[in-house]
Write a protein that binds this ligand. Structure first.
Ligand code: KET
Length: 479
């Protein structure tokens, strides 16, 4: 009896195996087999690649400036180029390493990881003391870890809005504001809102060039992206006339993205007078301005000054969209503390806008992370800590400004006859040197100074120690 049961069980299994075999064979072709390999995606500096499997790591950093830099054995080597913010259409340069052990014919892709973060004068990451203090308070308060609401930590969005619009802004009381997953999340939310609710064309106009992620963010929200003239490579400055013409020739009611301050990647901003003119044209043309403010305070060292454009547009009666990031000005890169706001007509309109923002956020990520926003809110809402933070932001901005001055002085001191005034007139983390691709190549090959082929350097990578070598390298190549 027992043996027949076993036998029949065995027979049943054999039948089963025979049935399953063709299924298994079919399954050998994965359902994702048609998913194509995409190009590498740029990740910000400090991205924690170390925890990735080796294969992924090798693929993601292969051929980038960082790799060529790391392999370079010159003790004076400087990395000012492994940055992420260039438009994918710009050329990149990674030379074959001139030094033993360096990679051969490495190719830098626009997706290379890089140094998009502030570094101190020793070239090290910097955590602001005000952030350390706020974090200590958050931890000491032993707060719970419950979910935030859909629009985030309650104290945060309005405090962020006050920082941007000003304490006495005529817009206060009619701003729909929400916490977001840093500046990128704010832009993505704004993009989605435009896609759903902007009555005109589903299109946004961004400057040429712009932070590379802008195009991807807006396109992912199914908005068409067009570019307007912004940077003039001959003057290494603003193409104001071109910009004005493009503002004027765009159809009435177009959406324009502006970098509120410290334009990335050029470091070239309109002057206050030019902003006023831009605002007037936008009014006449009924354009809708979307400000990306990723560097408030970080540009000039003064949060109010850096908010000039946003506040001027508000004074002029614009109803703007605004994305804010606390990655740079609080050094909260990985905490992802950001905010998005829309200025409405009145409280009733704001209520309607607010409800739609929640409808977008809830199915996307439910609610944002709490820790970074608690830190930021603690700083923004405590007058003493706020003052301390402002001084620390100024310290970071001043170091950048000092390095710009030093570089220019050193170049002039070496006897360079070129006009280097753009080095000091540009603002923020990045500087366009005006060096041509072949000159960049020579600077890298002969002096181990690494930067992108379009001549852009990250000023945050310059230190008191390496600025002399940098100036000498540029001078020897450029004259
Ligand atoms: N806008 C601009 C202009 C910008 O440069 C960044 C970040 C962001 C928004 C968004 O930052 P977030 O960390 O999401 O708050 N730029 C740096 C980091 C990156 O590329 O992700 C960079 O240019 O290096």
């Amino acid at each position: 009896m027992l043996s027949t049961t076993i036998k029949s069980a065995g027979a049943r299994q054999a039948v089963l195996r025979a049935r399953i075999a063709p299924l298994a064979a079919a399954r050998a072709v994965s359902i994702w087999s048609k998913v194509p390999q995409g190009p590498p995606v740029s990740s910000p500096i400090g991205a924690r690649t170390r925890s990735l499997p080796i294969a992924v790591l090798t693929r993601s950093i292969a051929g980038c400036i960082t790799e060529a830099f790391k392999a370079d054995s010159n003790p004076k080597k400087i990395n000012l180029g492994a940055l992420l913010s260039l438009s994918p259409t710009l050329p990149y340069h990674v030379p074959s390493s001139p030094h033993p052990g360096g990679p051969k014919n490495a190719q830098l892709t626009p997706s290379s990881p890089g140094v998009g973060a502030y570094r101190d004068d020793a070239g090290k990451p910097y955590v602001l003391p005000s952030v350390r203090e706020a974090e200590r308070r958050v931890i000491d308060d032993k707060m719970n870890k419950e979910y935030a609401g859909i629009t985030g930590v309650p104290e945060f969005p309005q405090a962020a809005a006050k920082l941007a619009y000003g304490n006495d802004s005529p817009a206060l009381g009619r701003i729909a504001a929400t916490q977001t997953i840093s500046g990128t999340g704010a832009l993505r939310l704004g993009a989605e809102f435009l896609q759903r609710w902007h009555a005109g064309e589903k299109k946004i106009r961004i400057p040429t060039p712009s932070w590379a992620n802008h195009k991807a963010i807006f396109q992912d929200a199914r908005l068409e992206v067009e570019q307007y003239r912004y940077y003039n490579k001959d003057t290494i400055g603003l193409d104001f006339d071109g910009m004005v013409q493009d503002l004027k020739s765009a159809p009435e009611g177009s959406v324009f993205l502006f970098h509120a301050c410290a334009h990335n990647p050029t470091g070239v901003d309109p002057t206050p007078e030019q902003w006023k003119e831009i605002s007037q044209i936008c009014l006449q043309k009924k354009h809708l301005p979307f400000f990306d403010m990723a560097y408030q305070g970080f540009a000039s060292g003064d949060s109010d000054r850096d908010a000039f454009a946003v506040r001027q547009f508000i004074r002029d009666g614009h109803k703007i969209l605004l994305s804010q990031s606390f990655a740079k000005n609080m050094g909260l890169y990985g905490e992802r503390a950001g905010a998005f706001s829309i200025v409405g007509e009145d409280a009733e309109e704001v209520k309607r806008i607010d409800s739609q923002l929640k409808i977008i956020i809830r199915p996307m990520y439910s609610n944002p992370p709490i820790h970074g926003a608690r830190i930021a809110a603690t700083i923004l809402n405590d007058p003493k800590l706020y003052t301390q933070w402002q001084a620390e932001v100024k310290g970071m901005a001043d170091r950048i400004i000092t390095m710009r001055k030093l570089l220019r002085e050193k170049l002039e001191g070496l006897g360079s006859k070129h006009d280097w005034s753009h080095i000091t007139s540009q603002i923020g983390m990045f500087a366009y040197t005006g060096l041509k691709p072949d000159e960049v190549e020579k600077v890298t090959k002969d002096y181990s100074v690494y930067f992108t082929k379009d001549g852009r350097i990250s000023v945050s990578g310059i230190t008191s120690d390496n600025v002399g070598h940098l100036a000498e390298a540029i001078y020897k190549v450029k004259g």
